[in-house]
Write a new protein. Structure first.
Length: 87
């Protein structure tokens, strides 16, 4: 995927290049993956959307089984990573 660093915090793990582009939070019954994009997407997998600015959104996706980590989720994270590189 390229250059990025992992920041382990008390609340979560952040994936950072120039800025944080994704995070992973661990809960008792799931893992929550969060990522930011410059476009608005709607999908039934997305459990929360937070508008960070006029064209920046934070998305949350819950992972309950290994099958939830699929090509679609990976593509969203790669897109988030690439957008942060372009700044």
């Amino acid at each position: 995927m390229g250059t990025y660093k992992v920041e382990s915090l008390a609340c979560c793990i952040h994936f950072v290049n120039t800025f944080a582009f994704a995070a992973v939070k661990v809960f008792k019954d799931k893992i929550r993956v969060e990522f930011t994009l410059n476009r608005k997407i709607r999908h039934n997998r997305i459990t929360q959307i937070v508008s960070l600015s006029a064209h920046r959104y934070l998305y949350s996706v819950d992972v309950v089984t290994a099958a939830d980590i699929d090509a679609e989720l990976i593509a969203w994270i790669k897109e988030a990573w690439q957008e942060r590189l372009d700044i």
